[in-house]
Design a protein around this ligand. Structure first.
Ligand SMILES: [Zn+2]
Length: 453
């Protein structure tokens, strides 16, 4: 892949987790070389051969987003998504790095299968895809996958496997999950936990015919408690995926406090993510879309009290990152109850509108949650910030652009958005990957830009 020789991004509002200031950025050979405050001498006088992108107005330059949790359905389900459509959707949403879950057909449970996927994604050259390895063979929850045979630490032997996960379902056996956690610790990578193995109380509630929103809460709370206890014993780094209940938030907050009080001998690390849909929507949206069809997602959309607890948790650092859980499905699958929402192309706009424009978070904090912090969780020290030596993975956002969510225009094959028709303010207009423009927004007939471009 050829790297851009030089790219000057000029006169933007620059926002990352440590900065919000006017300035310009100089990228060379795919790497940020310089960040200039407004008024500083720019390199154009030194280097004649380069491309310039002019900012101004309401345009903001931010680090490209890093997604800890997406489903690209490839291999196996091209009617839902492919590597190509998923990658195009990712860059249209401002993403430069995406971690893909292993519940494909076949399941990604060996290094060889993961390597094939990674190579195909690299050939596209649009963004960095990182496959996770499943914890058990075929995700059947019976026998550990190839993770038990790999040499650690993975950041030395296979740095392109930054996470392990059985996402899609929980490993029901405590013993097997504990073994997987020990392997993850040995390999030096986080293990992302799905947390829906419900236990007897949830099963009783199900058998008694209680509604899903009732028993699924018991499931998540019980499963989170179980994972936290096993993780404390196994030590290592455990990451809790798509936290959705206020009780789970409390459990995570307490477990993080326990770590500070009594640090584990081998390095207990706990991180957690929430999705844009759980942070921005409630069960009212699911009812309106159809609880068993278009509104169905795992875990379900919850109450306003849960949503407020999640917002507090992203504010105070109990939740470390925002991850999409992008889960594309066909119309037929959704009508038959397949859980999940497509999310890569709306995540930034939703979070910006609901969290930043409502004064719950600064744009800088949102950048941390969607770029720098997930990069740290994956152990990447080269992305998620606008600073010299970091990668030239950036996005241009117009915080005032007015548009409307129209799933038929998504790059993703999954049109199953939870917010079809939603009027939005704020949009990703451009994505830059290693110093090259890989996405530029075109304005569709039903959308218009407020200012800027
Ligand atoms: Zn998932």
């Amino acid at each position: 892949m050829s790297l851009s020789p030089g790219l000057l991004l000029r006169d933007f509002r620059l926002v990352d987790e440590t900065m919000d200031m006017p300035g310009s950025v100089w990228i060379e050979q795919g790497i940020i070389r310089d960040v200039f405050p407004q008024g500083a001498l720019l390199p154009e006088t030194r280097l004649p051969m380069h491309q310039t992108i002019q900012g101004g107005g309401t345009l903001v330059l931010m680090p490209a987003l890093v997604d800890l949790h997406a489903h690209f359905r490839d291999p196996g389900y091209p009617e839902k998504e492919t590597l190509e459509s998923g990658s195009l959707a990712a860059v249209a949403g401002g993403y430069g790095t995406v971690v893909c879950m292993a519940n494909t057909k076949p399941v990604i449970d060996t290094l060889a299968k993961a390597r094939t996927l990674k190579k195909r994604a690299d050939t596209l050259g649009l963004m960095d895809l990182y496959p996770v390895l499943a914890l058990t063979q075929g995700m059947e929850g019976k026998v550990l996958s190839e993770i038990r045979c790999l040499k650690g630490p993975l950041h030395e032997s296979e740095p392109w496997i930054p996470m392990l996960s059985e996402d899609g379902k929980d490993v029901v056996s405590d013993d097997l999950l504990y073994q997987a956690m020990q392997e993850a610790r040995r390999l030096g990578v986080p293990l992302s936990c799905h947390c829906d193995a419900g236990g007897p109380e949830a099963e009783e509630a199900k058998a008694a015919g209680k509604p899903r929103e009732f028993w699924s809460r018991i499931e998540e709370n019980h499963a989170t408690q179980r994972v936290l206890e096993l993780a404390w014993q196994a030590q290592g780094h455990v990451h809790i995926a798509h936290v959705s209940t206020k009780e789970s938030v409390d459990l995570i907050r307490k477990a993080k406090g326990r770590r500070q009080e009594k640090p584990g001998p081998l390095g207990f690390t706990l991180t957690a993510e929430a999705t844009p849909h759980h942070l921005c929507l409630t069960h009212g949206t699911a009812h309106a879309l159809g609880d068993t069809t278009w509104g169905r997602v795992n875990p379900p959309l919850r109450t306003e009290a849960d949503r407020q607890a999640l917002i507090q948790a992203v504010r105070d650092g109990t939740i470390d990152a925002i991850a999409t859980d992008h889960a594309p499905h066909t119309e037929r699958d959704k009508l038959q109850g397949a859980p999940g929402f497509t999310g890569l192309e709306t995540s930034f706009a939703l979070c910006q509108m609901e969290l930043v424009q409502q004064d719950r978070l600064s744009l800088s904090r949102l950048s941390s949650l969607m770029s720098a912090s997930p990069a740290r969780i994956l152990g990447f020290t080269d992305r998620g910030r606008i600073a010299p030596t970091f990668r030239g993975d950036l996005m241009v956002v117009d915080t005032e652009a007015v548009w409307q969510v129209n799933p038929s225009l998504f790059r993703s094959r999954g049109k199953n958005s939870p917010v079809p028709g939603l009027p939005c303010r704020g949009r990703v207009l451009m994505t830059i990957y290693q110093g090259r423009v890989v996405f530029e927004s075109f304005l569709s007939p039903d959308s218009s830009s407020g200012k800027g471009k």
